[in-house]
Design a protein around this ligand. Sequence first.
Ligand code: ARG
Length: 484
Amino acid sequence: MSPKSGKENKAHKPWGGRFSEATDPTVERFSASIHFDQVLAHHDIRGSRAQARMLGQAELISSDEVQELLAGLDQVAGEIADGRFPFDPALEDIHMNIETRLRVLIGPVAGKLHTGRSRNDQVATDLALFLRDVSLATQRGLLDLRGVLLERARENVDTVLPGYTHLQRAQPVRLAHHWLAHVETLGRDASRFRDARARINRCPLGAGAIAGSTLPLLREQTARELGFDAPTRNSMDTVASRDAALEYMAAAAISMVHLSRLAEELVLWSSAEFAFVELADAYSTGSSLMPQKKNPDVPEIVRGKSGRAIGNLVTLLTVVKGLPLTYNRDLQEDKEPLFDSVDTLRDSLEVMAGAIATLDVKRERMGEAAADPMLLATDLAEILVRAGVPFRDAHEVVGRIVGHVTRKQIDLRALTHADLQSFHEAFEAGADELLDLERSLESRSLAGGTARVRVEAALVEIGAELAAERGELERLEAQAEGGA
Ligand code: ARG
């Protein structure tokens, strides 16, 4: 069943007719893709079922033959599902493995399945079906992580921490506002997958190797049965293009980069220097040498894995760059990076959701850091602006005040009315009266700001958005399952 020598396996090749010599075993090993493209088995069978029914409709095969093919494909699907399928590298890829097995199971009628079909339009179909499915799964992962972040945001409207620019304390913000910032980013990521999926709406079957077929194939039918809007419009483009995979991988790379930023914050925040959070034991590991350590390996690995997603995208861009129309065997190199991006993003989303759901937020520590009165220096400048002082001048005045208190090592809030007036006569009270953390937060009530009203409105709005997205996703998931 698993021929090793070149001579024996010649008979197994579907192109055997033109060849008098068997494939060199090294070439066989080099060109085989079955060890990774078996991931597409389910999609390949789905495409073949549609193909078989269509051939029957087109009267290219009899209805008995259709039934035999479908029954055989069911058997193959069963063998794959319970791990009994004899994957054979000598049969190169998933398409030939399945077809050959079908022949063993149902005899020569198996040879009719490939009527008017090439592996070129077949693999394009498999990939389109695969991408449609994984795109939904990825959107589900992004939705779940956003759900967790939203939940944590709801619990932390009253938790205040310093917001940072240049990793320097900048202005106080609510932790809810901070978590919702990540929800926004990840929401755009989800929309990228959604948009890209809508472009995978045409069915490659019938494009053949490059220029279609002389046979009366019913392309509309296979398209409809597989849940596409229509057949693809140009047979050459169909077998040559891989931009759907590129789009997925580009969106995945962006998403992984976003996760790496979130991950980096968890790493930073769980250091003794910040001590803003503590990861749950279930989401950290210890050191084999230093007993006191609790390491943030989960976010570190997510941060590290973002490199793969970027690399995978660059790999496929490089494979496709400069390829002449149409199909070239280089394109077989699309799969490993694609599958890796899919798995990497799926796992990263899952562990990040778990890590954040179980994160211990150190509210007091954050609060202490946010109580640094220097974070309110901008407020002081804006008080002068309200009194009619041009902003540039106000900035300069407050800059001198900050320099003064830093040199003297005194608290900004210790400055009396007279002290402030010595810097600018427009100040109407002492700093301890003018500067108040809660008031400062509350006065940032512009759209998109960190004031309680804004944050609470955002929580409601995003909650509704996520619910609507969940509903739509469930609808598409049910549709995808129905279309097997
Ligand atoms: N395993 C091949 C791939 O992934 C399938 C298409 C092969 N086509 C061909 N003309 N050799 O690209």
